[in-house]
Design a protein around this ligand. Sequence first.
Ligand code: E4P
Length: 216
Amino acid sequence: MKFFIDTANLAQIKEAHDLGVLDGVTTNPSLMAKEGIKGEAAIIKHYEDICEIVDGDVSAEVFSTDFQSIIEEGKKLAAIHPNIVVKVPMIKDGVKAIKWFTDNGIRTNCTLVFSAGQAILAAKAGAAYVSPFIGRIDDTNWDGVELIAQIAQIYSLQGYKTEILAASIRSALHIVKCAEAGADVCTCPLDSILGLLKHPLTDIGLAKFLEDAKKM
Ligand code: E4P
């Protein structure tokens, strides 16, 4: 399973990259706004900066919702860097746009996916990635990880090539469960990635080894 970091914060992207386990980045308009990125020039510069840190796929989301505008916006984003993947919402014009991008050699990440039916549509349109939102599904008292398992089974049976990108991750446990369920990629906040490091027995064991090392 690949690890992407789910942020537009350059310091956090650098920290995850320096850990040596980072395969890519996902952003969305909320994450970009949180970093104070405003206006086309600033958006382009920010994606350039991200692509300089990470040698892997970087999802850049369109704000448009009608077919023609999604295409124009997506073309501009894709031109920033070969690693840019155009993130398109799961709406009717979005699916049409994903098909257009696929036919024209531009890779896409279909976002805001909450059902297996939506994931089938994204795969049929040729999306490189489909992003089911695990945490937001959990918030509605359904099991987000179950959706990952269902999509993984369907994609495997049908031979779809779209990669399952588990999104809206809230914990280290989510990452483990998504790996078990067959996600190809997990996009995670830095805290969830660092959470994988933690185990109290590791801390206790290390303290003892360091204490005993003084006797050597
Ligand atoms: C990433 O692709 C998604 O936009 C993101 O994971 C959504 O996460 P959230 O539900 O924590 O906002």
